[in-house]
Design a protein. Structure first.
Length: 61
């Protein structure tokens, strides 16, 4: 089953940025919904994960 796993901190950011709610974010990240908003939420989740990965990479340098 496809799903984007992110910490609650990131979910809360997405909720605020999209003026949405937790069930909508959950539905988007589990690919249950495929609306333009759901696609944008998944894209934002990936961006947040990439930002976090950059921070981790900086620690290793």
């Amino acid at each position: 089953m496809k799903e984007i796993l992110i910490p609650n901190e990131f979910k809360n950011k997405i909720i605020k940025e999209f003026k949405s709610n937790r069930p909508s974010v959950r539905s988007a990240l589990k690919f249950f919904s495929n609306s333009d908003t759901a696609k944008a939420m998944r894209k934002r989740a990936k961006e947040l994960l990439q930002e976090e990965l950059k921070k981790i990479s900086e620690f290793e340098d």
